[in-house]
Structures are given as structure tokens and as C-alpha cells.
Design a protein around this ligand. Structure first.
Ligand SMILES: [Zn+2]
Length: 437
């Protein structure tokens, strides 16, 4: 009886071992195939495509240079009818001027080449076998030049009014997993950040990641022309040969200060200190929590007027003169006196979220000023329509007041423990790669 039982167990275990061996074998074979196809993104060929697109409600002619890895769009107003695109592989001892003049069949204004070479003498170093692609628009103006310095780098020169901006696209070694490679984009702000990133060929999803994460740290409307940025992006090729790109890290330097964003293994974006980007808030607008004297209640009877009027915030029993702090990074949009709110401050944290602090004694910030989480913005008081010293605090999300004591939208997220250690090691590896040269 027992013998029979043991045989059954043995056979069962043997089956499990066979299944496991098969699985390992199959996954190895699959990985091998993926490894081979992953080399494909590094083989580049350039083609131009011209088509009409709708952008901001207007039709534009769009021109795209497409290599396996780089999808780059230019948008022209439909009225600029003349768009000529050229593509040429450099032969021995040829210079940039010779090529542009000889092969721009419909002509190029020679002063354009002079200007470009004056700004970027590095273009005198073009070599045999490298690929040049360029676009000439109305009045024989050079709009864009793509210089493919095979195999490690592509440089892109875009016209901006009376000068050219240079963008660098650098192909780094394959990542450790062997399935994907990474590309470093280095650019300068010309126009908006989004347009500058687009004209460098950074994919939309990565641009959105950067703007979504950094909008809490800086105001994208206040960047300066010429501000530098870089983005490290991993590129994977899907089975259908389409490219999937994922932001690994980005750096944006404005007014002498660097802002960073990195992706953790959980897929979310954090800053250098492993603080979540895209929503770091503290619960209370004071350094320590105070007793709640009146709750958030949209059907409340107003204690002064006796009428039903929503209490769209929460009141804290705070003694006069207590420092009031901003619950998150943001920009002061109001710092003023009003009959009802008394001295009050409103802070916009991002396009969705605003906070308000009312009945203050003293205002410590000015409209337009940027504040960080925990910064003193005022001293509490008893001004405006108020029955006693207290701090009235509101949070508005998408133009609606929410209960500051219960909303889960403002939870602080920080990586901790082992996850944090792994993340900080990744930052240590990626940060030095986010160069500007
Ligand atoms: Zn109140």
C-alpha cells in the first residue's frame, strides 16, 4: 500500500521536474530570438515622409524623417508650400557646403550654410559614409539638417528664426537585459519645452512623463530660450517592428538649477531623493496638527449668517501668530485681503490642484512667488468674516473643493527600505549619463 503511494509521489515529482526543464528551455529559446531582433534598432535608414496633419485645430504640412529608431517631425504652416527634402551619403573628401549646394536640386541660399558652419564648426568634420538629410523651404532657406554620425550619434540642426539650434541623439550601449538599447537626447529650449523635445525626436509619451513629473517643481511657462535638457530613453522593438520607448531619466536646467526625474522599478517617477514626482503633499498646513473646530461640509449652516452655505474647507483651532505652511510645492496665485476670507493666500500646485489659507494675520508671500512644501506663507489670525482665531484651509481639485482631511489624492509617496536602496543605485548609474555635451 505504502509502496504504491511512494511510486505515485515519485511519478508526480518527476512530471513537475520535466515541465520545469521544458519551460526553461522554451524561455531561453525565446529570449535568444528577442536578443537577435533587439539589434535591429541600431541599424538605421532614413526616409522622408510628407503628409498633412491637424495640430491645434489647424492643418499643417508635416515632414518626418524616419529611421528605425528616430521619428522626427517638422510642422510647417500649410502656406509655406515649397518643401524640398534631400538625403545623401557622404563620399570621400566632400564638405558640407559642397554637398548642400550640389545636391539641393532646387537651390539653397549660400548664406544659410555659412551661418550654420559659423555656429557649429563641428560640421566641418563630416566623413565618408555618414548620412545627411536636410529640408529646404520657401526662399531657399535651410530648415533642418540631420547628420547621422554612424553608429553612435545623430545631430539635428533646426532653424529658429535667425539661428540654428543643435540637438544630439546618442546611442548608448545595450542595457543589461540585452533586450533593449538606450538613447540619450540632448537639446536646448527653442520655443516651448514640448516643441523643443518633439523637434529632437523624443516620443510623445516620454515628453508627457517629463512635463507631468516636473510641473510640480517648476513652471514650464517660465523657462528661458536656450535652457538645456537631456533625456535617457530605453528603446525596445516590438514583434511587429514598431518601437516602444520608455523614459528612464531626464534633466532640465533652468536659471542655474537642475531638475531631475527618474523611473523606479514600480514604473512611477521620482526625484533624486526618491520622493514621488507628481504629488507630494503634507496633510496639515501647520507644522503640527491642530484640533479641527469645524469640518468640511457642503451643507453647513453658516455660524455668522445663519444660512445654509457650504463650508468648503476645514477650520483648525490655531492660536493667532502660528506659522502657516504650504502643503505642497507650487505658485502663489493670490496673497491679498478680502472681506470674507480676510487676509488669504491661494497656491496653485499643478493644473488640477489649488489650496487656500484664510483669516490670516500676516501674509509672507507675494503673488507669482514659487513656494516649496513646508515653506512659511503666513501667520494665522482672525481677519475677515471669522468668529474667533482659526485657520480655514481648502483644497480644490479640478475646480471642486474636496475634504482636506480625507482626500487620498495628496498622499505623500516616498520609496522606502530596500526599494529605496535599489532606486538610489539606479539614480547613481543614470544621473551621470544625463550630460549636456
Ligand atoms: Zn472655515
Amino acid at each position: 500500500m505504502y509502496k504504491h503511494y511512494f511510486v505515485m509521489v515519485f511519478v508526480f515529482l518527476l512530471m513537475i521536474v520535466i515541465i520545469m526543464v521544458c519551460e526553461v528551455f522554451i524561455s531561453c529559446t525565446l529570449n535568444k530570438n528577442k536578443k537577435n531582433s533587439s539589434k535591429a534598432p541600431l541599424i538605421r535608414n532614413h526616409e522622408f515622409h510628407q503628409f498633412e496633419i491637424m495640430k491645434n485645430g489647424k492643418f499643417f504640412n508635416s515632414v518626418m524623417v524616419r529611421s528605425n529608431v528616430l521619428k522626427k517631425h517638422w510642422y510647417f504652416n500649410k502656406s509655406s508650400r515649397e518643401i524640398n527634402m534631400y538625403n545623401y551619403t557622404v563620399s570621400q573628401n566632400e564638405t558640407l557646403s559642397e554637398i548642400l549646394i550640389k545636391y539641393s536640386n532646387n537651390g539653397i541660399d549660400a548664406s544659410e550654410i555659412t551661418l550654420l558652419l559659423q555656429q557649429y564648426p563641428v560640421l566641418r568634420q563630416i566623413k565618408m559614409g555618414q548620412i545627411l538629410s536636410w529640408i529646404i523651404i520657401t526662399k531657399k532657406k535651410l530648415q533642418c539638417l540631420v547628420w547621422d554620425i554612424f553608429p553612435q550619434e545623430i545631430r539635428v540642426y533646426n532653424r529658429m528664426d535667425t539661428s540654428f539650434t543643435e540637438g544630439i541623439i546618442r546611442f548608448l550601449n545595450q542595457l543589461n537585459d540585452g533586450l533593449s538599447s538606450s538613447i540619450l537626447f540632448i537639446g536646448k529650449l527653442s520655443g516651448t519645452f514640448i516643441d523643443s523635445a518633439r523637434s529632437l525626436g523624443i516620443e510623445e509619451n516620454c515628453i508627457m512623463d517629463i512635463t507631468n513629473a516636473l510641473q510640480y517643481q517648476l513652471d514650464f511657462h517660465k523657462l528661458h530660450q536656450g535652457d538645456r535638457f537631456s533625456a535617457l530613453i530605453s528603446i525596445m522593438m516590438n514583434d511587429d517592428h514598431s518601437i516602444k520607448s520608455k523614459l528612464l531619466g531626464a534633466r532640465l536646467c533652468t536659471a542655474g538649477k537642475d531638475y531631475y526625474v527618474f523611473r523606479a522599478n514600480n514604473g512611477k517617477l521620482y526625484d533624486c531623493e526618491a520622493m514621488r514626482l507628481g504629488g507630494n503633499f503634507i496633510r496639515f498646513p501647520t507644522l503640527k496638527p491642530f484640533r479641527v473646530s469645524s469640518n468640511f461640509n457642503l451643507n453647513r449652516l453658516n455660524p455668522v449668517t445663519g444660512q445654509v452655505s457650504p463650508h468648503s474647507g476645514v477650520d483648525f483651532a490655531v492660536p493667532i501668530g502660528t506659522p502657516v505652511v504650504s502643503v505642497g510645492d507650487g505658485e502663489v496665485i493670490v496673497s491679498a485681503y478680502s472681506k470674507i476670507a480676510g487676509n488669504y493666500v491661494a497656491i496653485r500646485h499643478n493644473c488640477h490642484c489649488t489650496t487656500r489659507y484664510m483669516h490670516l494675520k500676516k501674509l509672507l508671500v507675494k503673488p507669482g512667488q514659487r513656494v516649496k512644501l513646508g515653506d512659511n506663507i503666513a501667520l494665522s489670525g482672525n481677519t475677515g468674516r471669522s468668529t474667533g482665531p482659526h485657520l480655514h484651509f481648502e483644497i480644490w481639485i479640478n475646480h471642486r473643493p474636496v475634504n482636506p482631511l480625507t482626500t487620498t489624492l495628496l498622499n505623500v509617496e516616498k520609496l522606502l527600505g530596500h526599494e529605496r536602496t535599489i532606486y538610489l543605485n539606479q539614480v547613481k548609474e543614470i544621473l551621470p549619463q544625463l550630460r549636456f555635451d
